[in-house]
Design a binder for this molecule. Sequence first.
Ligand code: DX5
Ligand code: ZN
Length: 228
Amino acid sequence: MIELAASILSADFARLGAEAQAAVEGGATVLHVDIMDGHFVPNLTIGPPVVASLRRVSRVPLDCHLMIEHPDEFIPVFAEAGVDWISVHQEACTHLDRTLHLIASHGCKPGVVINPATPIHVLDEVLPLVHHVLVMSVNPGFGGQTFIPSSLQKIETLAKVRDSRGLQFRIEVDGGVHHDTVATIVRAGAEILVAGSAVFEEGNPREGARRLLESAIGTGASAVPLET
Ligand code: DX5
Ligand code: ZN
């Protein structure tokens, strides 16, 4: 079962609520919220007040992708702002086990993210703790970048490791998920497809989401149904 997590990074922030709602109407069942601090990644985005506003206008799960240093200091405020899932970068966490437990203790689903240069095996010890593993298929910081093909191998390996260890985590992919790449990404085993520019860049998020899901489902995969 696949689902689309629309990344609001590429939305028109002056019309954030309406754009997010349009993506959901087009089939997105998760909203992916990118939090950047200008240190861990060379860009800045939004903080808890904007997330809290988004929470008030949308019922779908908010998937908070923290691209920040010292994430432990901010997990409580993002949980308070109403996010459902929180993922942290393995590269940003000295005490990753503790951080994942902290996320769960605030009632959110914990996820771990790895950059393109980080191998899967560094996650061996934490895989039983996470709700999702997010494979970055671009170097984080910006929307609209080109998919890095070696990410496909990482997705395949993760799916095999999950089967062989009898684990439950979901596999999410983020970066360069577009109409021309999504089919191979789904075939590799990704289940949660984060897409920003593919959904929002043409100014019609409902249609962008619908078309991307159509390309993904063309692989024979089925999508999580829309809430009615
Ligand atoms: C990049 C972010 C992504 C970004 C993806 O660092 O984590 O979520 O929005 O953008 P696209 O889908 O345009 O590659
Ligand atoms: Zn992201």
